[in-house]
Design a binder for this molecule. Structure first.
Ligand code: PLP
Length: 383
């Protein structure tokens, strides 16, 4: 059971409808020379504009999420005339030089030499490791700090962040509202990166819909290609269509018709097979069971989830919240041996992101494996 899937598998692996759409499109038009456009790309752009909240209705396709982030950063500079950004420590926005500059993980940033200038970083909304020691509930000081920097700097072009990050960063409802209005007050654009968590992962088509907030740009990718094709998109609001005379993209496989056909089939599956609803129901069920595991296993420091983006934080001590990194690794290998694959994030957070097609029984089988493996790791840590 793949509860990792690089976050591309919203509609599962080898989805029949996606495969059929791809095969049909390969027969009809497998590639579109840059001079032209093509019907699947137009249809997918229209569909995304229809689904995206507010006035997000201008779409550019690219093969990967990193390139889409690069386009968003360039567009923010062109639109505001400002180059500074605010982004979050611990975030990941891709592996290219511009993306690692706004990204916040040392493993990608260190030893590379000068990164983009003007990239201010702030703490993410992570109550467990909050510099303001807010405790188990985020007190929104991290959101107010962003407003503070926007005011002090005075010329920040964009705030770029993941709407929700692989648990445990699921900010409280007011978080994005505070940042949205701070951006508006200080002339900065809000770019939300939903590359791994778009298209139903959180139980809504886009994670920002949980917050009632419309960003200036929404970046999506990963599962957009149906788990088969590389495909990402920058969805910007109407007023940002300002670079018609310049090239914002220019990627060989941008708006690839086969990738776009895969995208259309993926969205059709999500909509017609009730997968968002399933993500909500299975997510609630899993969260309840994970909370019960938290009562049983001392090593569980916290459990969070939104739809089928679930996380279990392992700690050595519930008070100090010391990360149980080696223990988490032992749990991961124990689960792998029993047939469950997942990713560890921040070293000690078990990230559970199953396909949105998962059944009740499959979810229970996976959580039983976790339940079996947690005592193994706790015993080994004390020996
Ligand atoms: C939040 C986030 N942004 C951007 C990216 C980069 O996307 P890609 O690997 O398609 O370039 C990723 C990939 O893991 C991601 O998780």
């Amino acid at each position: 059971m793949d509860f990792h899937g690089n976050s591309v598998h919203q509609v599962g692996f080898r989805n029949r409808r996606v495969i059929e759409a791809i095969v049909a499109q390969m027969e009809a038009l497998p590639f579109c020379t840059r001079r032209f456009t093509n019907l699947p790309a137009i249809k997918l752009a229209r569909k995304l504009a229809e689904l995206a909240p507010g006035d997000l209705n201008k779409v550019l396709f690219v093969p990967g999420g990193t390139e889409a982030i690069g386009m968003a950063l360039k567009l923010a500079r062109a639109a505001t005339g400002r180059f500074k950004t605010i982004s979050m420590w611990d975030s990941f926005h891709g592996a290219s030089l511009d993306a690692i500059s706004v990204g916040g993980e040392a493993i990608f940033r260190s030893g590379i030499g000068p990164l983009l200038s003007g990239t201010e970083h702030v703490p993410p909304p992570d109550p467990s490791h909050c510099p303001w020691s807010c405790g188990q509930e985020c007190t929104l000081q991290c959101a107010r700090y962003i407003e503070y920097i926007l005011e002090k700097e005075g010329d920040v072009g964009a705030v770029i962040a993941e709407t929700v990050r692989s648990t445990p960063y699921i900010p409280p409802p007011e978080y994005w509202q505070i940042i949205r209005s701070a951006c508006d007050r200080h002339g900065a654009l809000l770019i939300l990166d939903e590359i791994p968590n778009c298209l139903g992962r959180t139980g809504k088509m886009f994670a920002c819909q949980h917050y009632g907030v419309v960003p200036d740009m929404l970046v999506i990718g990963k599962g957009l290609g149906g788990g088969i094709f590389p495909l990402a998109a920058l969805i910007a609001r109407e007023g940002l269509d300002i670079m018609g005379d310049r090239a914002l993209g220019h990627y060989t496989h941008e708006k690839n018709p086969v990738a776009c056909a895969a995208g259309l089939a993926t969205i059709a599956c999500l909509e017609e097979e009730g997968l968002l609803d399933n993500a909500r129901r299975m997510g609630e069920h899993a969260l309840e069971r994970l909370k019960a595991l938290g009562e049983k296993h001392e090593i569980i420091g916290s459990v969070r989830g939104l739809g089928l983006l679930l996380g279990v934080e392992l700690v050595r001590d519930r008070k100090t919240r010391e990360r149980a990194v080696e223990e988490a690794e032992r749990v991961m290998y124990c689960a792998l041996a029993k047939g469950l694959s997942f990713k560890l994030t921040m070293g000690n957070v078990i990230q559970l992101t199953p396909p949105l097609t998962i059944s009740h029984d499959e979810m229970d089988a996976a959580l039983d494996i976790l339940d079996d493996c947690l005592p193994t790791c706790a015993t080994s840590s004390s020996s």
